[in-house]
Design a binder for this molecule. Structure first.
Ligand code: F6R
Length: 260
């Protein structure tokens, strides 16, 4: 696990955008794993800018989002489909048929989840997956106690997550109780993962993910078992890490060929 600590979230997001741009230039038909929430907003702003100003070409990419609320239509302003359209898809030259989110209004959720997994495999698997981090340690919406081998399925959100996400709704009670999320086993099959975490609200979860024991009670700790994970933090999210100085030393002394 590579841990990079930045003075500002915008700089961490620029680094993540460079990772995506490098991949897309090298592999124009790359398969991207995308996330929603506040954390990736600056990353998506940066990708929009790279598209507009540098012609970063998304025309051949395929994407799969991590999750969607159950019961919300794609045109509901709080649905993750709507979020992705506003934050990214409406502003880049992505092929509408190649962007995928779980269907929160499906009549047959288990079948929709099986199809989602099949579609990821048929696309060749995810090349680069971006993750945010829940304050309770979730990735996707794999809440504490989720199986570390889980696949795409329905989950019940914790009260903590519904309260965290209440800022997008009128109240925590309006936040849907259920979601469809890629499983932890699904996420772990991505070839490369970049986890972003910003702000002091994430510091405890970051400490667990980077330096704690692997446990289903902090689902993101499973990332310690992935061979290619980059964790991008701002100072506030990194505040509780014991080995901060070492992570900085590693970053400062990276050989040129390892830099992006
Ligand atoms: C969203 C997702 C979630 C969020 C997490 C952090 O697609 O998968 O795991 O990344 O809840 O949310 P924010 O970024 O709003 O703090």
């Amino acid at each position: 696990m590579e841990v990079l600590i930045f003075n500002k979230d915008v700089n961490a997001s620029r680094y993540a955008a460079k990772m995506f741009a490098k991949l897309i230039r090298k592999k124009p038909a790359a398969v991207l794993g995308l996330a929603t929430g506040s954390t990736p907003c600056l990353l998506y702003a940066e990708l929009r800018q790279q598209h507009e100003e540098e012609g970063l070409d998304f025309s051949r990419i395929t994407s799969f989002n991590l999750d969607e609320y159950v019961g919300l239509d794609g045109d509901h302003p709080q649905s993750y489909r709507y979020f992705m359209q506003q934050a990214l898809f409406d502003h880049i030259n992505v092929h509408p048929g190649k962007v995928h989110l779980p269907d929160g209004k499906s009549d047959d959720i288990p079948a929709n989840c099986v199809d989602y997994e099949k579609n990821i495999s048929a696309a060749g698997g995810i090349d680069l997956q971006v993750l945010g981090l829940g304050s309770d340690g979730h990735i996707g919406f794999n809440e504490p106690s989720s199986s570390l081998a889980s696949r795409t399925r329905i989950k019940t959100l914790t009260r903590e997550t519904r309260e965290d996400n209440a800022r997008f709704f009128d109240s925590a009670d309006e936040v849907p109780q259920h979601c469809i999320t890629m499983g932890i086993g699904t996420i772990m099959e991505a070839r490369q993962i970049v986890l972003l975490a910003f702000g002091e609200r994430k510091a405890t979860a970051v400490k667990q993910v980077v330096e704690g024991p692997i446990s289903a009670m902090w689902p993101a700790t499973i990332l310690q078992m992935h061979p290619s994970v980059v964790v991008l933090l701002d100072d506030a999210a990194a505040a509780s890490l014991d080995q901060k100085d070492y992570y900085r030393e590693v970053a400062d002394n990276k050989p040129d060929w390892q830099r992006i």
